[in-house]
Design a protein around this ligand. Structure first.
Ligand SMILES: Nc1nc2c(ncn2[C@@H]2O[C@H](COP(=O)(O)OP(=O)(O)OP(=O)(O)O)[C@@H](O)[C@H]2O)c(=O)[nH]1
Ligand SMILES: [Mg+2]
Length: 527
């Protein structure tokens, strides 16, 4: 680890200066840096940005002196973790200036199943009474450790995929679970999860120094290159976090945008996703970033915007303006289409609700279509309309559209204006909820809130409790009574006739007014 000559040279110098002295040694044993500290600590030089060497050791070890023979400090261990050093060692400086006890730490290998055993110390500590008695083979240890980490990655069989640590800042379990759902829906491999007990955000690096250390260790062990946060980060925060850990930081909005980017099929959908992504990225670009290259590839960098990844800030602004114009014309076209439909007098029913509530499945069940429906968040992005014959009303149009989520990112709402505007013209909103969801009420509220934000709260609504096949009949009935809703099962095609009947009743109550007196006439409503 260190030759007796070098150790002695370090301790003698240290004694003479009455300061800590250290060296960074390469794997070949050559000295790369010499550092002189004060009596109690040592500040390592900036050894370059860490990105690129992620998941790997730096191939550098820190050997330094401790004037009073004190054991390795918290800062020493932080350096070990955050800088991904091979090891850190402290040598006691005896009064004579000769080297005394040695205290050494390196990253501990993983348990036999590749999992970190709970409560297991992340560091392996080795002590020896002096340099001569230290039995430690750096080369063999590092090789074993690196093999170990490589094995874990191979075992997971996901070498090609980006692996992410999911970091929970919000204490509520439900919030974290939804975040994991989003991660899964984005097709990202989860290398591990870390949660904070208190919802405290470090103003600079999102989490405090101790947590940073934990995150880096966990990332090294799980071979993660990305940290996904369950909150939104300020641009400066993500950058500071990335600088401190060498991990790419992805926040909740970015992850949602990523899911959207993967789902966008239609031209309109792609347009709106790209717009949302660029709007989000713009304030996050620094001068030294070459265009969007720091966002290139992987989570947050996929999607329709990939073609513009190398362009600069000014051109991004141009592109945003161009996209906004296209969205504008899109919204005009749709307006026209809707107006025509309105003239035909065909009532429009729009299926809305929280993501994964079963909206597309319900559309399929009612109209015999085959819209993609899957147990993933934001499966549907592009609106689909189908015609359907109602017994009394005759022809109606049913549309299925993008789902809602609590705290839908504002950039996304802005970009998806054209899609969301469609809803404004519905004669009836079928608000679908997953009746078996323990968060039923929160999700109902989240949707209601969004409807208000989108100024859609005036449109008549019918609440549809879906997935009641997962409940006992009496539970479903009680919920239906409580929420004045229709209980159905889209998958089992249960109570769809009742739904049609209830929808017709609602329509029948609303429509004559609109038909006879035209739009929004006060007098008509009073009748
Ligand atoms: N048990 C049960 N599962 C259902 C029912 N309806 C839908 N699902 C399941 O719920 C999951 C989501 O269904 P989707 O129709 O994709 O939901 P969605 O609301 O369109 O979701 P997004 O488009 O992602 O917002 C799928 O796995 C469906 O099979 C139901 O009545 N009962
Ligand atoms: Mg859907």
């Amino acid at each position: 680890m260190v030759s007796p000559e070098l150790a002695r040279h370090l301790t003698e110098t240290s004694r003479r200066l009455n300061r800590q002295v250290g060296v960074l040694l390469g794997r070949d044993g050559n000295v790369r840096n010499v550092i002189v500290g004060d009596a109690h600590s040592l500040t390592l030089p900036d050894i370059g940005r860490l990105r690129g060497g992620v998941g790997r050791f730096r191939g550098l070890r820190l050997v330094h002196t401790h004037l009073k023979g004190e054991p390795l400090t918290r800062d020493d261990l932080n350096d070990l973790a955050l800088l991904r050093l091979d090891l850190v060692a402290a040598i006691e400086v005896l009064d004579t200036g000769l080297p005394g006890r040695i205290d050494l730490a390196h990253l501990a290998p993983l348990g036999p199943d590749g999992e970190d055993q709970n409560g297991h110390e992340p560091f392996e500590r080795i002590q020896a009474p002096d340099v001569h008695q230290l039995r430690f083979d750096v080369e063999a240890t590092m090789k074993a450790l690196e093999d170990e980490f490589a094995r874990v990655t191979r075992a997971s069989g996901e070498t090609e995929k980006e692996r992410a640590l999911v970091i929970g800042i919000v204490p509520e379990d439900e919030h974290f679970e939804e975040m994991l759902e989003l991660v899964r829906s984005a097709g990202v491999a989860v290398a591990g999860t870390l949660r904070q007990k208190r919802s405290q955000v470090h103003p600079r690096t999102v989490v405090g120094r101790g947590k940073l250390q934990e995150i880096v260790l966990e990332a090294m062990r799980g071979r993660a290159t990305v940290a996904i946060f369950d909150i939104d980060l300020k641009p400066a925060q993500s950058r500071a976090f990335e600088d401190a850990t060498g991990l790419k930081a992805i926040d909740r909005t970015q992850l949602i945008l990523d899911v959207f980017a993967q789902r966008a099929r239609s031209r309109d959908g792609k347009l709106q996703v790209e717009l949302a992504q660029l709007k989000y990225a713009l304030p996050r670009l620094t001068e030294k970033d070459a265009g969007l290259s720091r966002l290139a590839g992987g989570i947050g960098g996929r999607g329709p915007g990939e073609t513009v990844i190398e362009i600069g800030r000014r051109r991004i602004r141009d592109r945003i303006r161009a996209l906004e114009k296209q969205v504008e014309s899109l919204s005009r076209q749709r307006d026209l289409r809707r107006r025509r439909r309105r003239e035909e007098g065909v009532p429009v029913l729009s299926i809305i609700g929280y993501t994964n509530a079963g909206k597309s499945t319900l559309l399929n069940a009612m109209t015999g279509s085959e819209v993609e429906a899957e147990n993933k968040l934001f499966m549907t992005l592009d609106p689909t309309s189908r015609r359907l014959r109602f017994p009394r009303e005759g022809e109606v149009v049913i549309t299925d559209t993008v789902g809602f989520i609590a705290d839908l990112p504002p950039d996304l709402v802005a970009a998806f204006r054209a899609t969301l505007e469609e809803l404004a013209d519905a004669d009836l909103l079928l608000h679908v909820v997953d009746a078996a969801d323990p968060r039923l009420e929160q999700k109902l509220e989240a949707v209601e809130r969004l409807l208000t934000e989108l100024h859609l709260e005036e449109i008549p609504r019918l609440l549809v409790l879906n997935k009641t096949d997962l409940l006992e009949p009496h539970e479903a009935a009680a919920l239906a009574h409580r929420f004045k809703a229709v209980a159905v099962s889209a998958v089992k095609r249960q109570a769809l006739a009742e739904l049609v009947q209830a929808a017709e009743e609602r329509l029948g109550r609303e429509k004559p007014l609109m038909k006879t007196y035209g739009e929004g006439e006060q007098e008509a409503v009073n009748l």
